[in-house]
Design a protein around this ligand. Structure first.
Ligand code: AMP
Ligand code: ZN
Ligand code: FE
Ligand code: FE
Length: 312
């Protein structure tokens, strides 16, 4: 993957040029997406997006390459990461970190810790699958991931290719999804740790897809989000492929009530999630304004960052 200096991470345009639509939640081959960081940026350009954040699970390995591509194609870019925090089943809590500094030693320590959590989990999944008569090895999983963070979608792709299942979805339902026999949880950070680590790595913490918390009523949702706010949460992802119009409205109101900024993205994974198009979440696009507010917030938290530079 192309290396670039941190200086290239932000390509800011003057706010008056801020128009159109953006994508603030997507995955590349650095985690479990199927397009390389460069290909994601190229697709963003073809889709007429004016800014992009790359938010791979547990890693910033793709952001250098994406930043370079964004720079040469003339679209704005902010690095990101997505972290899974401890949360009671059947819900899941994912925290996005925007504007993290890839060269921050604390971020490096954080990503190493997150990968170690996977390294502990993954062989247990494979052992269980073997026990169930499914012939798959860690080596095959590693080969499938091609040096990226090993995710269950890679494993699902192997099971599909080998004919154990007829779809990726079936691989999760039958074997490796939550509640299935070969599901094992990875060690996670607490929400407090996730938020603190993102903040100390120079990032803006945002609660991803609140729908996936699976809260059962508005009071519970508000309590969970308010607790996160007290821990240093800054934003709420209101637009997402899991959110219909009613939810977008509900989360927007909640963000407004609590003084959180709003973000949005499709959660694009390439052909690992074939129904999701980059920049489009249930037919809805993400306004440019979300990116501008996010960058503003990042600057405010950093003080005047030396990493900001105008578009050449
Ligand atoms: P991991 O980070 O290795 O635990 O894998 C998480 C990834 O698996 C995320 O991209 C999820 O969207 C995907 N995933 C989890 N459950 C399912 C499911 N039931 N069907 C399809 N993808 C899933
Ligand atoms: Zn993913
Ligand atoms: Fe997520
Ligand atoms: Fe995601």
């Amino acid at each position: 993957m192309a290396r670039t200096t941190t200086r290239a991470f932000f390509v800011l345009q003057s706010p008056t040029m801020s128009t159109g639509f953006v994508e603030l939640h997507c995955h590349s081959t650095a985690s479990d997406g199927t397009l390389t960081p460069t290909q994601v940026v190229e697709l963003a350009k073809r889709s007429n997006l004016t800014a992009l954040a790359l938010t791979d699970h547990d890693t910033v390995a793709g952001v250098g390459e994406a930043a370079s591509a964004a720079m040469s194609l003339g679209i704005n870019f902010i690095p990101g990461i997505e972290i899974s925090a401890e949360y009671p089943s059947p819900g899941t809590m994912h925290i996005l970190g925007y504007g993290v500094d890839p060269e921050n030693p604390k971020l490096k320590r954080l990503t190493e810790e997150l990968i170690a959590g996977r390294d502990n989990r993954n062989p247990r999944i494979v052992a269980k699958l073997n026990e169930m008569g499914v012939a798959v090895t860690m080596k095959e999983w590693e080969d499938e991931a091609k040096g990226s963070v090993l995710g269950r979608p890679h494993l699902a792709a192997i099971l599909y290719r080998k004919g154990y299942v007829s779809s990726i979805k079936q691989a999760f339902d039958k074997y490796i999804g939550q509640g299935a026999p070969a599901y094992f949880d990875k060690e996670r950070l607490t929400p407090r740790q996730a938020i603190e680590r993102i903040r100390e790595s120079g990032g803006v913490p945002v609660l991803a897809h609140p729908f996936q918390l699976r809260t059962t009523n508005d009071g519970e949702l508000q309590r969970v989000v308010k607790d996160l706010l007290d821990l240093g949460l800054v934003g709420l992802e209101v637009i997402h492929s899991d959110h219909d119009a009613t939810l977008v409205e509900k989360y927007t109101q909640l963000a407004k009530r609590l003084g959180l900024i709003t973000t949005g993205g499709s959660d694009f994974h390439g052909s690992n999630k074939p129904n999701i198009e980059l920049g489009v979440a249930r037919g809805r696009r993400v306004p440019r304004e979300f990116y501008d507010r996010l960058v503003e917030k990042h600057q405010a938290l950093q003080g005047r960052s030396s990493k900001m530079q105008p578009t050449p």
